[in-house]
Design a protein around this ligand. Structure first.
Ligand SMILES: [Zn+2]
Length: 139
C-alpha cells in the first residue's frame, strides 16, 4: 500500500475530510430508548431490537469528565508525556474515550471545555501516519 496514512480504526470518523468538512465522530442512537453509542453498535444492549439504530454525528464540543497523564511512551509509540480520558458530549449525552492534545498534559482537568480534532496519533514502523481523533482545550 502506498498510502502515507492509516486510521486508528475504521468507522470512527470520516477521513480525509472534504473541503470545508469539519471533523465529526460517527455514532449511532437507539430510536427506542434514546441511548447514543460511540463507536457505533449493531444492537442496543438495552433494547435488543434490530433496526432501531440511527446514524448520527456527535457534536464536536465536549467537557472533560476524567483524565490521566501517562509518563511512559506507549508500546505503539504515542510519545510521553500524554493525557487521555473521558469526554462528555452534553448535546448527545454520551461519554467517549479520547486522547488530549495541544497543551501541557497536566492542563486537561475535569470540567474544562474541549473540542474535537483529527490528526496524527503516532507513526507505524513503515513510516505511515496513524490518524486518530483527539480533543484540545477551547481557548
Ligand atoms: Zn435502546
Amino acid at each position: 500500500m502506498d498510502q502515507s496514512w492509516e486510521l486508528v480504526q475504521e468507522g470512527l470518523f470520516d477521513y480525509p475530510l472534504a473541503d470545508r468538512q469539519r471533523p465529526a465522530l460517527l455514532a449511532n442512537r437507539c430510536n427506542k430508548c434514546g441511548k447514543t453509542f460511540f463507536p457505533k453498535r449493531n444492537l442496543c444492549p438495552d433494547c435488543f431490537e434490530d433496526g432501531n439504530l440511527e446514524d448520527i454525528l456527535l457534536d464536536k464540543r465536549g467537557i472533560i469528565y476524567a483524565s490521566t497523564v501517562v509518563h511512559v511512551t506507549s508500546p505503539v509509540g504515542i510519545k510521553a508525556p500524554y493525557a487521555y480520558g473521558y469526554v462528555e458530549i452534553p448535546k448527545n449525552q454520551v461519554r467517549i474515550f479520547a486522547l488530549f492534545t495541544g497543551s501541557n498534559p497536566l492542563s486537561f482537568i475535569p470540567g474544562q471545555e474541549v473540542e474535537l480534532l483529527v490528526e496524527t496519533v503516532r507513526e507505524n514502523n513503515r513510516g505511515q501516519k496513524i490518524i486518530g481523533y483527539k480533543f484540545k482545550l477551547i481557548s
